[in-house]
Design a protein around this ligand. Sequence first.
Ligand code: FES
Length: 67
Amino acid sequence: MSEDRVSITPLKDGPLEVKGAVRINASDGTEIKEADTVYLCRCGGSSKKPFCDGTHKKIGFTSDVEA
Ligand code: FES
């Protein structure tokens, strides 16, 4: 697999780990962040969406699906 590809990995009972050069945009196209690694909320509880803020631990988020 090429190292310049972006990889997305669901962390156990936590966020999506996105590794690779990525640009995160708002729905209007405005850039929010450029980074090599970001963690995106998948529990729905973050107050910093689309990023994980650790709330998944407080609310006991679990995921039956690892992908
Ligand atoms: S996955 Fe971490 S706050 Fe939602």
